[in-house]
Design a protein around this ligand. Sequence first.
Ligand code: ADP
Ligand code: GLC
Length: 489
Amino acid sequence: MNIVWATSESVPYAKTGGLADVSSALPKALARRGHSIHVIMPYYPQQMAKLNLKFDAVHEMLGVPFGDANEWAQIRILKVEKNLTYCFIEFNRFYDRATLYDWNGSEYPDNAQRFIFFSRAVMQTVLALGLHPDILHLNDWHCALCSVYLRSSLYSGFRNFADCRSVMTIHNIGYQGVYDQGNLYWTGLGWEYFNFRCLEFYNRMNLLKGGIMCADMVSTVSPSYAEEILSPEYGFSLDSSLRHCAYHGRLRGILNGIDVSEWNPASDQRLPAVFSPDDMAGKAVCKAALQEHFGLPVRPDVPLFGVISRLAYQKGLDVFADSLEDMLYHDDSQFILIGSGDPWLQGRFSWLASKYPEKFAAYIGYASDKISHLLEAGSDFFVMPSRYEPCGLNQMYSMRYGTMPIVRSTGGLADTVRNYNADDPSASTGFVLWDLNPVSLRNTIRWAGDVYRKHPEAVAQLRRNGMTADFSWDNTASQYEKMYRDAHQ
Ligand code: ADP
Ligand code: GLC
Protein backbone atom coordinates (compact mmCIF):
# COMPACT_ATOMS: atom_id res chain seq x y z
CA MET A 1 0.00 0.00 0.00
CA ASN A 2 0.97 3.64 -0.37
CA ILE A 3 0.77 5.19 3.07
CA VAL A 4 1.12 8.81 4.10
CA TRP A 5 1.93 9.01 7.80
CA ALA A 6 1.37 12.46 9.32
CA THR A 7 2.82 13.31 12.73
CA SER A 8 4.13 16.27 14.64
CA GLU A 9 7.20 14.38 15.93
CA SER A 10 9.39 11.41 15.09
CA VAL A 11 12.69 10.07 16.42
CA PRO A 12 15.47 11.06 15.82
CA TYR A 13 14.29 14.40 14.42
CA ALA A 14 12.08 15.78 17.18
CA LYS A 15 10.63 14.18 20.29
CA THR A 16 8.64 15.10 23.36
CA GLY A 17 7.18 11.67 24.13
CA GLY A 18 6.15 8.23 22.93
CA LEU A 19 4.43 9.55 19.80
CA ALA A 20 7.90 10.21 18.38
CA ASP A 21 9.10 6.66 19.12
CA VAL A 22 6.01 5.15 17.50
CA SER A 23 6.18 7.50 14.50
CA SER A 24 9.68 6.28 13.88
CA ALA A 25 9.39 2.56 14.55
CA LEU A 26 6.00 1.71 13.04
CA PRO A 27 6.60 3.39 9.65
CA LYS A 28 9.95 1.58 9.54
CA ALA A 29 8.30 -1.77 10.32
CA LEU A 30 5.61 -1.18 7.68
CA ALA A 31 8.20 -0.15 5.07
CA ARG A 32 10.14 -3.34 5.73
CA ARG A 33 6.96 -5.31 5.15
CA GLY A 34 6.86 -3.89 1.63
CA HIS A 35 4.61 -0.84 1.92
CA SER A 36 5.66 2.54 0.60
CA ILE A 37 5.59 5.17 3.36
CA HIS A 38 5.91 8.95 3.31
CA VAL A 39 6.19 10.41 6.80
CA ILE A 40 5.18 14.09 6.77
CA MET A 41 6.11 16.25 9.77
CA PRO A 42 7.12 19.87 10.44
CA TYR A 43 10.75 20.93 10.06
CA TYR A 44 11.84 22.33 13.44
CA PRO A 45 15.13 24.17 12.82
CA GLN A 46 16.01 24.56 16.50
CA GLN A 47 15.76 20.82 17.11
CA MET A 48 16.94 19.53 13.74
CA ALA A 49 19.64 21.82 12.39
CA LYS A 50 22.23 20.17 14.64
CA LEU A 51 21.54 16.79 13.02
CA ASN A 52 23.18 18.04 9.78
CA LEU A 53 20.77 16.08 7.64
CA LYS A 54 21.70 15.65 3.98
CA PHE A 55 18.41 16.11 2.18
CA ASP A 56 17.84 14.30 -1.09
CA ALA A 57 15.72 17.11 -2.54
CA VAL A 58 13.97 20.31 -1.62
CA HIS A 59 10.62 21.22 -3.09
CA GLU A 60 10.77 24.97 -2.80
CA MET A 61 7.34 26.34 -3.53
CA LEU A 62 4.67 24.50 -1.59
CA GLY A 63 1.58 26.69 -1.76
CA VAL A 64 -0.56 26.36 1.36
CA PRO A 65 -3.95 28.12 1.39
CA PHE A 66 -4.34 29.61 4.86
CA GLY A 67 -7.25 31.86 5.80
CA ASP A 68 -7.74 34.12 2.83
CA ALA A 69 -4.07 34.04 1.86
CA ASN A 70 -1.76 31.60 0.15
CA GLU A 71 1.44 30.96 2.09
CA TRP A 72 4.62 29.46 0.67
CA ALA A 73 6.44 26.70 2.48
CA GLN A 74 9.23 24.28 1.51
CA ILE A 75 9.35 20.50 1.62
CA ARG A 76 12.69 18.97 2.59
CA ILE A 77 12.81 15.40 1.40
CA LEU A 78 14.91 12.70 3.03
CA LYS A 79 14.98 9.11 1.80
CA VAL A 80 15.70 7.12 4.92
CA GLU A 81 15.61 3.63 3.50
CA LYS A 82 13.93 1.67 0.75
CA ASN A 83 10.18 2.45 0.85
CA LEU A 84 10.57 5.06 3.61
CA THR A 85 10.76 8.79 2.82
CA TYR A 86 10.45 11.73 5.22
CA CYS A 87 8.94 15.02 4.01
CA PHE A 88 9.61 17.91 6.37
CA ILE A 89 7.42 21.00 6.06
CA GLU A 90 9.60 24.05 6.51
CA PHE A 91 7.76 27.19 7.53
CA ASN A 92 9.79 29.08 10.07
CA ARG A 93 7.10 31.45 11.23
CA PHE A 94 5.38 28.47 12.86
CA TYR A 95 8.05 25.86 13.55
CA ASP A 96 11.23 27.76 14.38
CA ARG A 97 10.68 27.58 18.16
CA ALA A 98 12.73 26.57 21.18
CA THR A 99 10.28 23.75 21.99
CA LEU A 100 7.60 21.98 20.01
CA TYR A 101 4.32 22.94 21.68
CA ASP A 102 4.69 25.03 24.79
CA TRP A 103 6.93 27.28 26.77
CA ASN A 104 7.24 26.88 30.55
CA GLY A 105 4.08 24.84 30.74
CA SER A 106 1.95 27.23 28.62
CA GLU A 107 0.87 26.40 25.10
CA TYR A 108 2.08 28.72 22.34
CA PRO A 109 -0.81 31.12 21.69
CA ASP A 110 -0.81 30.35 17.97
CA ASN A 111 -0.92 26.54 18.25
CA ALA A 112 -4.29 26.41 16.49
CA GLN A 113 -2.82 28.20 13.49
CA ARG A 114 0.43 26.23 13.60
CA PHE A 115 -1.27 22.86 13.33
CA ILE A 116 -4.16 23.86 11.07
CA PHE A 117 -1.40 25.04 8.77
CA PHE A 118 0.43 21.75 9.16
CA SER A 119 -2.70 19.73 8.32
CA ARG A 120 -3.31 21.79 5.22
CA ALA A 121 0.37 21.44 4.26
CA VAL A 122 0.10 17.64 4.51
CA MET A 123 -2.73 17.66 1.97
CA GLN A 124 -0.84 20.06 -0.30
CA THR A 125 2.31 17.93 -0.09
CA VAL A 126 0.41 14.91 -1.41
CA LEU A 127 -0.64 17.02 -4.41
CA ALA A 128 2.74 18.71 -4.92
CA LEU A 129 4.70 15.44 -4.87
CA GLY A 130 2.12 13.61 -6.98
CA LEU A 131 1.47 10.95 -4.32
CA HIS A 132 -1.56 8.66 -4.56
CA PRO A 133 -2.02 7.37 -1.00
CA ASP A 134 -4.25 4.43 -0.19
CA ILE A 135 -4.10 5.44 3.45
CA LEU A 136 -3.68 8.75 5.19
CA HIS A 137 -2.59 7.75 8.69
CA LEU A 138 -3.09 10.63 11.13
CA ASN A 139 -1.61 10.73 14.61
CA ASP A 140 -3.12 12.82 17.42
CA TRP A 141 -4.82 16.19 17.15
CA HIS A 142 -2.04 18.05 15.33
CA CYS A 143 -2.98 16.60 11.95
CA ALA A 144 -6.49 15.28 12.71
CA LEU A 145 -8.00 17.95 10.45
CA CYS A 146 -6.67 16.03 7.42
CA SER A 147 -9.50 13.50 7.70
CA VAL A 148 -12.01 16.38 7.54
CA TYR A 149 -10.17 17.80 4.51
CA LEU A 150 -10.24 14.40 2.82
CA ARG A 151 -14.04 14.34 2.96
CA SER A 152 -14.41 18.00 2.02
CA SER A 153 -14.89 19.43 -1.44
CA LEU A 154 -11.47 21.07 -1.04
CA TYR A 155 -9.76 17.71 -1.72
CA SER A 156 -12.34 15.04 -2.55
CA GLY A 157 -12.19 15.93 -6.26
CA PHE A 158 -8.45 15.36 -6.70
CA ARG A 159 -7.42 12.08 -8.36
CA ASN A 160 -4.53 11.83 -5.87
CA PHE A 161 -7.09 11.16 -3.16
CA ALA A 162 -9.52 9.08 -5.23
CA ASP A 163 -8.60 5.78 -3.49
CA CYS A 164 -7.55 7.25 -0.18
CA ARG A 165 -9.02 6.37 3.22
CA SER A 166 -8.06 7.91 6.53
CA VAL A 167 -7.05 6.27 9.79
CA MET A 168 -6.95 8.38 12.95
CA THR A 169 -4.75 7.07 15.76
CA ILE A 170 -5.30 8.51 19.23
CA HIS A 171 -2.11 8.36 21.27
CA ASN A 172 -3.56 10.41 24.09
CA ILE A 173 -7.11 11.68 24.33
CA GLY A 174 -6.10 14.20 27.00
CA TYR A 175 -4.80 16.46 24.21
CA GLN A 176 -7.45 17.39 21.66
CA GLY A 177 -6.62 20.75 20.13
CA VAL A 178 -9.64 22.72 21.35
CA TYR A 179 -9.73 26.35 20.24
CA ASP A 180 -12.06 29.25 19.77
CA GLN A 181 -14.47 28.70 16.91
CA GLY A 182 -13.12 31.79 15.10
CA ASN A 183 -10.12 29.65 14.14
CA LEU A 184 -12.33 27.90 11.61
CA TYR A 185 -11.34 30.81 9.37
CA TRP A 186 -7.80 29.44 9.03
CA THR A 187 -9.00 26.03 7.88
CA GLY A 188 -10.67 27.24 4.69
CA LEU A 189 -13.69 25.09 5.62
CA GLY A 190 -17.20 26.51 5.76
CA TRP A 191 -19.51 26.71 8.78
CA GLU A 192 -21.25 23.54 7.59
CA TYR A 193 -18.32 21.70 9.21
CA PHE A 194 -18.97 23.37 12.53
CA ASN A 195 -21.63 21.01 13.88
CA PHE A 196 -21.76 18.27 16.49
CA ARG A 197 -20.99 15.58 13.91
CA CYS A 198 -17.71 17.22 12.98
CA LEU A 199 -15.63 19.99 14.54
CA GLU A 200 -18.03 21.56 17.01
CA PHE A 201 -17.48 20.79 20.71
CA TYR A 202 -19.36 22.82 23.32
CA ASN A 203 -19.32 25.76 20.96
CA ARG A 204 -15.58 25.54 20.39
CA MET A 205 -13.56 23.93 17.62
CA ASN A 206 -12.11 20.51 18.51
CA LEU A 207 -9.60 19.28 15.94
CA LEU A 208 -9.32 15.74 17.32
CA LYS A 209 -13.09 15.39 17.35
CA GLY A 210 -13.26 16.38 13.68
CA GLY A 211 -10.59 13.76 12.98
CA ILE A 212 -12.46 11.05 14.87
CA MET A 213 -15.80 11.82 13.28
CA CYS A 214 -14.49 11.94 9.69
CA ALA A 215 -11.86 9.17 9.72
CA ASP A 216 -12.72 5.85 8.10
CA MET A 217 -11.11 4.00 11.01
CA VAL A 218 -10.07 5.16 14.46
CA SER A 219 -7.53 3.40 16.59
CA THR A 220 -5.79 3.81 19.86
CA VAL A 221 -2.62 2.29 21.19
CA SER A 222 -3.79 -0.55 23.45
CA PRO A 223 -6.90 -2.72 23.72
CA SER A 224 -7.64 -1.67 27.32
CA TYR A 225 -7.39 2.03 26.50
CA ALA A 226 -9.78 1.49 23.57
CA GLU A 227 -12.34 0.35 26.13
CA GLU A 228 -11.50 2.91 28.80
CA ILE A 229 -12.02 5.92 26.51
CA LEU A 230 -15.64 4.90 25.97
CA SER A 231 -16.34 5.90 29.59
CA PRO A 232 -16.77 9.46 30.87
CA GLU A 233 -13.97 8.86 33.36
CA TYR A 234 -11.32 8.37 30.66
CA GLY A 235 -12.94 9.87 27.55
CA PHE A 236 -12.20 13.56 28.27
CA SER A 237 -15.70 14.45 26.97
CA LEU A 238 -15.15 12.66 23.66
CA ASP A 239 -16.52 9.37 25.01
CA SER A 240 -19.87 9.78 23.24
CA SER A 241 -18.15 10.44 19.88
CA LEU A 242 -16.02 7.36 20.49
CA ARG A 243 -19.00 5.23 21.47
CA HIS A 244 -20.51 6.27 18.15
CA CYS A 245 -17.34 5.00 16.38
CA ALA A 246 -17.29 1.79 18.38
CA TYR A 247 -20.96 1.14 17.65
CA HIS A 248 -20.19 1.34 13.93
CA GLY A 249 -17.18 -0.95 14.28
CA ARG A 250 -14.72 1.84 13.50
CA LEU A 251 -12.67 1.74 16.72
CA ARG A 252 -9.68 -0.56 17.35
CA GLY A 253 -7.11 -0.91 20.12
CA ILE A 254 -3.74 -2.05 18.81
CA LEU A 255 -0.92 -2.39 21.29
CA ASN A 256 2.23 -0.44 20.47
CA GLY A 257 5.46 -2.29 19.94
CA ILE A 258 8.96 -1.04 20.60
CA ASP A 259 11.96 -0.70 18.33
CA VAL A 260 13.81 -3.81 19.45
CA SER A 261 16.97 -2.90 17.54
CA GLU A 262 17.23 0.52 19.28
CA TRP A 263 16.35 -1.02 22.65
CA ASN A 264 18.48 -4.13 22.83
CA PRO A 265 20.55 -4.72 26.00
CA ALA A 266 22.66 -7.30 24.19
CA SER A 267 24.04 -4.81 21.68
CA ASP A 268 23.34 -1.34 23.15
CA GLN A 269 26.50 0.69 22.53
CA ARG A 270 25.31 3.47 24.83
CA LEU A 271 25.77 1.22 27.88
CA PRO A 272 29.02 0.63 29.79
CA ALA A 273 28.33 -3.13 29.52
CA VAL A 274 25.86 -5.22 27.57
CA PHE A 275 23.85 -8.15 28.91
CA SER A 276 21.30 -10.77 27.95
CA PRO A 277 18.97 -13.21 29.75
CA ASP A 278 21.78 -15.79 29.78
CA ASP A 279 24.47 -13.45 31.01
CA MET A 280 23.27 -10.75 33.38
CA ALA A 281 26.69 -9.65 34.67
CA GLY A 282 26.58 -6.46 32.56
CA LYS A 283 23.42 -5.28 34.33
CA ALA A 284 25.31 -4.92 37.61
CA VAL A 285 27.95 -2.82 35.80
CA CYS A 286 25.15 -0.59 34.45
CA LYS A 287 23.65 -0.25 37.94
CA ALA A 288 26.98 0.86 39.38
CA ALA A 289 27.51 3.34 36.52
CA LEU A 290 24.01 4.73 37.05
CA GLN A 291 24.52 5.17 40.80
CA GLU A 292 27.84 6.84 40.17
CA HIS A 293 26.49 9.16 37.49
CA PHE A 294 23.74 10.35 39.83
CA GLY A 295 26.00 10.64 42.87
CA LEU A 296 24.33 7.88 44.90
CA PRO A 297 26.36 5.38 46.98
CA VAL A 298 27.50 2.59 44.64
CA ARG A 299 25.88 -0.43 46.27
CA PRO A 300 24.81 -3.58 44.43
CA ASP A 301 22.57 -4.82 47.26
CA VAL A 302 20.16 -1.89 47.56
CA PRO A 303 16.99 -1.92 45.41
CA LEU A 304 17.10 0.93 42.88
CA PHE A 305 13.85 2.41 41.56
CA GLY A 306 13.92 4.53 38.39
CA VAL A 307 11.47 6.95 36.79
CA ILE A 308 11.74 8.76 33.47
CA SER A 309 8.70 10.69 32.44
CA ARG A 310 6.96 13.86 31.45
CA LEU A 311 5.83 15.44 34.71
CA ALA A 312 2.19 15.68 33.67
CA TYR A 313 -0.98 15.00 35.67
CA GLN A 314 -1.55 11.88 33.52
CA LYS A 315 1.56 10.22 34.93
CA GLY A 316 0.49 10.22 38.60
CA LEU A 317 3.90 11.38 39.77
CA ASP A 318 2.35 13.84 42.21
CA VAL A 319 1.18 10.72 44.08
CA PHE A 320 4.69 9.31 43.81
CA ALA A 321 6.03 12.54 45.35
CA ASP A 322 3.51 12.19 48.18
CA SER A 323 4.57 8.60 48.82
CA LEU A 324 8.29 9.23 48.59
CA GLU A 325 9.38 11.07 51.70
CA ASP A 326 8.31 8.34 54.10
CA MET A 327 10.39 5.81 52.14
CA LEU A 328 13.36 8.17 51.92
CA TYR A 329 13.23 8.60 55.68
CA HIS A 330 12.77 4.95 56.68
CA ASP A 331 13.86 2.60 53.90
CA ASP A 332 17.18 1.40 52.63
CA SER A 333 16.26 2.00 48.96
CA GLN A 334 17.46 4.31 46.20
CA PHE A 335 15.41 6.35 43.74
CA ILE A 336 16.37 8.19 40.55
CA LEU A 337 13.94 10.41 38.68
CA ILE A 338 14.40 12.07 35.29
CA GLY A 339 11.60 14.33 34.20
CA SER A 340 10.36 17.74 33.21
CA GLY A 341 7.00 19.46 33.03
CA ASP A 342 4.86 20.75 35.87
CA PRO A 343 7.03 23.43 37.59
CA TRP A 344 5.55 22.71 41.03
CA LEU A 345 6.42 18.99 40.80
CA GLN A 346 9.87 19.81 39.46
CA GLY A 347 10.44 21.93 42.55
CA ARG A 348 9.17 19.22 44.88
CA PHE A 349 11.45 16.57 43.46
CA SER A 350 14.46 18.90 43.51
CA TRP A 351 13.76 19.71 47.15
CA LEU A 352 13.48 16.01 48.11
CA ALA A 353 16.72 15.28 46.26
CA SER A 354 18.54 17.99 48.19
CA LYS A 355 17.12 16.74 51.49
CA TYR A 356 17.98 13.04 50.93
CA PRO A 357 21.05 13.10 48.65
CA GLU A 358 22.11 9.57 49.67
CA LYS A 359 18.84 8.02 48.55
CA PHE A 360 17.22 10.17 45.89
CA ALA A 361 18.61 11.88 42.78
CA ALA A 362 16.53 13.96 40.38
CA TYR A 363 17.47 15.34 37.00
CA ILE A 364 14.98 17.98 35.95
CA GLY A 365 15.13 18.29 32.19
CA TYR A 366 15.26 16.15 29.10
CA ALA A 367 17.95 13.49 29.34
CA SER A 368 20.19 12.34 26.50
CA ASP A 369 19.63 8.95 24.88
CA LYS A 370 22.70 7.68 26.66
CA ILE A 371 21.36 8.51 30.12
CA SER A 372 17.81 7.35 29.46
CA HIS A 373 19.11 3.98 28.22
CA LEU A 374 21.41 3.76 31.26
CA LEU A 375 18.47 4.40 33.57
CA GLU A 376 16.43 1.62 31.96
CA ALA A 377 19.39 -0.76 32.14
CA GLY A 378 20.78 0.10 35.58
CA SER A 379 17.56 0.26 37.62
CA ASP A 380 16.05 -2.76 39.33
CA PHE A 381 12.52 -1.37 39.11
CA PHE A 382 10.77 1.24 36.97
CA VAL A 383 7.84 3.15 38.51
CA MET A 384 4.82 4.21 36.39
CA PRO A 385 1.82 5.06 38.59
CA SER A 386 -0.18 6.60 35.71
CA ARG A 387 -3.71 7.92 36.19
CA TYR A 388 -4.27 6.83 32.61
CA GLU A 389 -1.80 5.43 30.07
CA PRO A 390 -2.84 4.93 26.44
CA CYS A 391 0.03 2.50 25.99
CA GLY A 392 3.26 3.54 27.66
CA LEU A 393 6.58 2.52 26.20
CA ASN A 394 8.88 2.75 29.19
CA GLN A 395 7.45 -0.32 30.90
CA MET A 396 8.30 -2.30 27.76
CA TYR A 397 11.78 -0.76 27.48
CA SER A 398 12.29 -1.66 31.14
CA MET A 399 11.24 -5.26 30.79
CA ARG A 400 13.52 -5.66 27.81
CA TYR A 401 16.39 -4.48 30.02
CA GLY A 402 15.54 -6.81 32.89
CA THR A 403 14.05 -3.97 34.96
CA MET A 404 10.78 -4.84 36.68
CA PRO A 405 7.97 -2.31 36.14
CA ILE A 406 5.75 -1.17 39.00
CA VAL A 407 2.59 0.10 37.34
CA ARG A 408 -0.97 1.11 37.97
CA SER A 409 -3.37 -1.19 36.16
CA THR A 410 -4.63 1.07 33.37
CA GLY A 411 -4.53 1.14 29.56
CA GLY A 412 -1.40 -0.30 28.01
CA LEU A 413 0.18 -0.85 31.41
CA ALA A 414 -2.59 -3.34 32.24
CA ASP A 415 -2.07 -5.00 28.85
CA THR A 416 1.69 -5.46 29.13
CA VAL A 417 2.65 -6.07 32.77
CA ARG A 418 1.79 -9.32 34.59
CA ASN A 419 1.54 -8.92 38.35
CA TYR A 420 3.90 -10.87 40.62
CA ASN A 421 2.42 -14.11 41.86
CA ALA A 422 4.47 -15.47 44.74
CA ASP A 423 3.08 -19.01 44.34
CA ASP A 424 3.81 -19.20 40.65
CA PRO A 425 5.92 -16.40 39.16
CA SER A 426 6.36 -18.26 35.86
CA ALA A 427 4.30 -15.68 33.98
CA SER A 428 4.95 -12.58 36.16
CA THR A 429 6.87 -9.58 34.88
CA GLY A 430 6.29 -6.81 37.41
CA PHE A 431 4.19 -5.36 40.23
CA VAL A 432 0.71 -3.93 39.77
CA LEU A 433 -1.43 -1.61 41.89
CA TRP A 434 -5.02 -0.60 41.32
CA ASP A 435 -5.86 2.30 43.64
CA LEU A 436 -3.78 5.34 43.01
CA ASN A 437 -2.99 6.90 46.37
CA PRO A 438 0.28 7.44 48.24
CA VAL A 439 -0.29 4.56 50.67
CA SER A 440 -1.04 1.92 48.07
CA LEU A 441 1.83 3.10 45.85
CA ARG A 442 4.22 3.07 48.81
CA ASN A 443 3.04 -0.41 49.82
CA THR A 444 3.58 -1.73 46.29
CA ILE A 445 7.07 -0.23 46.09
CA ARG A 446 7.91 -1.70 49.50
CA TRP A 447 6.49 -5.07 48.47
CA ALA A 448 8.70 -5.04 45.36
CA GLY A 449 11.74 -4.06 47.47
CA ASP A 450 11.00 -6.89 49.85
CA VAL A 451 10.84 -9.44 47.05
CA TYR A 452 14.14 -8.04 45.76
CA ARG A 453 15.85 -8.58 49.11
CA LYS A 454 14.31 -11.92 50.08
CA HIS A 455 13.58 -13.79 46.85
CA PRO A 456 16.44 -13.46 44.38
CA GLU A 457 15.22 -16.52 42.46
CA ALA A 458 11.84 -14.85 41.86
CA VAL A 459 13.59 -11.65 40.76
CA ALA A 460 15.67 -13.64 38.26
CA GLN A 461 12.51 -15.25 36.93
CA LEU A 462 10.66 -11.93 36.52
CA ARG A 463 13.66 -10.45 34.74
CA ARG A 464 13.92 -13.36 32.36
CA ASN A 465 10.18 -13.26 31.64
CA GLY A 466 10.33 -9.57 30.76
CA MET A 467 13.48 -9.86 28.68
CA THR A 468 12.15 -12.70 26.58
CA ALA A 469 8.66 -11.27 25.98
CA ASP A 470 7.97 -10.27 22.38
CA PHE A 471 7.23 -6.54 22.13
CA SER A 472 8.44 -6.16 18.55
CA TRP A 473 6.42 -4.20 16.00
CA ASP A 474 6.17 -7.21 13.74
CA ASN A 475 3.77 -8.58 16.29
CA THR A 476 1.35 -5.72 15.72
CA ALA A 477 2.16 -4.30 12.27
CA SER A 478 -0.11 -6.93 10.75
CA GLN A 479 -3.02 -5.56 12.79
CA TYR A 480 -2.43 -2.14 11.24
CA GLU A 481 -2.40 -3.75 7.79
CA LYS A 482 -5.74 -5.35 8.56
CA MET A 483 -7.14 -2.02 9.72
CA TYR A 484 -5.92 -0.37 6.49
CA ARG A 485 -7.72 -3.03 4.46
CA ASP A 486 -10.87 -2.65 6.57
CA ALA A 487 -10.79 1.11 6.01
CA HIS A 488 -11.31 0.33 2.34
CA GLN A 489 -14.37 -1.86 2.92
P1 ADP B 1 4.33 9.62 26.84
O1 ADP B 1 4.38 9.56 25.37
O2 ADP B 1 2.95 9.75 27.40
O3 ADP B 1 5.26 10.64 27.42
P2 ADP B 1 5.56 6.95 26.74
O4 ADP B 1 5.91 6.00 27.84
O5 ADP B 1 4.81 6.41 25.59
O6 ADP B 1 4.80 8.18 27.42
O7 ADP B 1 6.89 7.55 26.11
C1 ADP B 1 7.72 8.42 26.76
C2 ADP B 1 9.00 8.53 26.00
O8 ADP B 1 9.61 9.79 26.27
C3 ADP B 1 9.99 7.48 26.39
O9 ADP B 1 10.82 7.16 25.30
C4 ADP B 1 10.77 8.20 27.50
O10 ADP B 1 12.02 7.65 27.71
C5 ADP B 1 10.85 9.59 26.96
N1 ADP B 1 10.98 10.64 27.97
C6 ADP B 1 10.01 11.18 28.73
N2 ADP B 1 10.51 12.14 29.55
C7 ADP B 1 11.84 12.20 29.28
C8 ADP B 1 12.91 13.01 29.79
N3 ADP B 1 12.74 13.93 30.73
N4 ADP B 1 14.15 12.79 29.28
C9 ADP B 1 14.34 11.85 28.32
N5 ADP B 1 13.38 11.08 27.80
C10 ADP B 1 12.13 11.24 28.27
C1 GLC C 1 1.14 9.00 24.20
C2 GLC C 1 0.72 8.22 25.42
C3 GLC C 1 1.57 7.00 25.69
C4 GLC C 1 1.84 6.22 24.41
C5 GLC C 1 2.42 7.15 23.35
C6 GLC C 1 2.70 6.44 22.04
O1 GLC C 1 2.05 9.98 24.42
O2 GLC C 1 0.66 9.04 26.57
O3 GLC C 1 0.94 6.17 26.63
O4 GLC C 1 2.72 5.17 24.66
O5 GLC C 1 1.52 8.19 23.09
O6 GLC C 1 1.56 5.87 21.46
